[in-house]
Design a protein around this ligand. Structure first.
Ligand code: ATP
Ligand code: MG
Length: 442
């Protein structure tokens, strides 16, 4: 039987799922975190349905270690809270539960129906875009609201089987990323899915299916309507996941990068010697390398790199108009960051650090005077790394780099405070703050 809704091109199929029994798949409980298992079992023991869903199942099937675990259940948020002491309900547009075990947060959401199969009014769509998404359902409702087939696999704690309504397992085997339902419609509902497509394609080495690929050019500009804070969260996932370079190239290929950093993008298209391109590629390569070696990176460094060329171009104009280099860099920095905020807004601590890195580039040129004060600046290490990056990208700054390398060796306190210079531990993506901006899903 097929139930379709006139307001939507997506057809909800009342179909029987494929059940992949435990002996037919490789999702073992030893690959699932203890905390996620505790949540699943406690729900099950209280006679609720409980499934692991999303990246957790997908990544284990691919033989990768999941970043985090999402659980879905028929228990309502209040019922989830009754079961777990360490639980917080979050979200305004849709409520879900965060169950905390030390540093790990398991996100538990209640089955929801996609807005278009409900007429209860709690789901809400404006101009095709999901505004509210709060209608509870069952697993066979919940599956249709998910984005890609490979993200819609449910691992059932009751019998350890995988429930597949959408052919996700076959798509994983075939290495293809397919949207569930009508691709155009799904991008209009939530344009961030275009960015997610690129992220998953790169991270998991999948091909975006032509049907999911074709409508991107038509709908890319819908990303202009996404709240800038949500784009920031998405930007972190795109560039702080260890595949920043490839992700950048694919975003440029689909002309999506310009919705994240419009000022940078327009320079990438027009600049003569292609310097910004080389520079950004080098910055991304270094970021990937650091992350893949287990080091941490601060988003501020990437922000400083992405906006460096727009800032520098503007600063050159100011210098031509008679400002000192320092004044020019500070003024240009303010302007470039203010112009950036309406597209993708960044927390102040990061923009401030980007500004510091830029002004320190001017101060690092003055090698004779006040070296000690520069060395003691809390952002010295980051600024020094930035100088290295510029050199790697071809600027003739090697002498300066050598000077500061030597100064650091002679000054044991230099750059000692790595925390302050921004090399902090990465924040867990599962903090409540980052979830609040997520519009349609869990
Ligand atoms: P990862 O955690 O590795 O980034 P993930 O697939 O788990 O990948 P999450 O953002 O944690 O991604 O979301 C969990 C699940 O929620 C997804 O697998 C998908 O089923 C659903 N989901 C998340 N965001 C969306 C969205 N924008 N549209 C539709 N479904 C979504
Ligand atoms: Mg996840």
């Amino acid at each position: 039987m097929t139930v379709s809704d006139k307001s939507s091109n997506i057809t909800r199929l009342k179909i029987e799922p494929t059940i992949i029994t435990r002996d037919q798949h490789n999702v073992s409980r030893t690959s699932i975190s203890e905390s996620a298992l505790k949540v699943l079992y406690r729900l099950k023991n209280a006679d609720y349905k409980a499934y692991l869903v999303g990246g957790g199942v997908r990544d284990i099937l691919l033989g990768r270690e999941p970043k985090d675990f999402d659980v879905v259940t028929d228990a309502k948020p209040e019922q989830i809270r009754e079961l777990f002491r360490n639980c917080r309900l979050i979200g305004r547009r849709f409520r879900l539960a965060h169950v905390r075990f030390g540093d790990e947060i398991i996100e538990v959401s209640t089955f929801r129906a996609p807005h278009h199969v409900s007429d209860e009014g709690a789901g809400h769509v404006e101009g095709g875009r999901i505004i509210r998404d709060n209608v509870y359902g069952d697993i066979d409702d919940d599956v249709w609201r998910r984005d890609f087939t490979i993200n819609a696999l449910f691992y059932n704690i009751k019998d350890f089987s995988i429930v597949d309504y959408v052919g996700g397992v076959k798509d994983l085997e075939a290495g293809q990323l397919k949207l569930i339902g009508n691709p155009s419609q799904r991008y209009i509902e939530d344009p961030v899915r275009m960015l997610r497509a690129v992220r998953f394609a790169v991270k998991l080495g999948l091909r975006i299916h032509p049907e999911a690929e074709d409508p991107i050019s038509q709908h890319a500009d819908l990303l202009e309507g996404i709240p800038p804070a949500r784009l920031f969260e998405e930007m972190l996932k795109l560039f702080m996941g260890g595949c920043a370079l490839q992700t950048f190239e694919m975003l440029r290929h689909y002309n999506l990068f310009k919705y994240l950093f419009p000022q940078t993008d327009s320079l990438l298209d027009t600049h003569e010697k292609n310097y910004p391109h080389t520079f950004i590629m080098q910055a991304l390569k270094n970021t990937d390398q650091r992350l893949n070696e287990g080091n941490t990176v601060t988003p501020a460094f990437l922000i400083a790199a992405f906006l460096w060329e727009p800032m520098r171009t503007l600063a050159d104009d100011h210098i031509a108009n008679g400002l000192s280099e320092m004044e020019a860099v500070q003024l240009a920095g303010d302007t470039v960051i203010s112009k950036q905020i309406p597209s993708l807004s960044m927390p102040r601590r990061f923009t401030q650090m980007a500004r510091d890195i830029w002004s320190l580039q001017v101060r690092l040129k003055r090698t004779k005077k006040r070296s000690f004060r520069v060395l003691m600046h809390p952002k010295f290490r980051a600024a020094y790394d930035f100088l290295l990056l510029r050199t790697q990208a071809g600027e003739p700054l090697q002498e300066l780099v050598d000077y500061w390398t030597k100064e650091q060796l002679e000054e044991p306190l230099a750059g000692k405070d790595k925390i302050k210079s921004g090399y902090h531990k990465p924040r867990s993506r599962r903090r409540p703050r980052s979830r609040r901006n997520k519009p349609s899903d869990s």
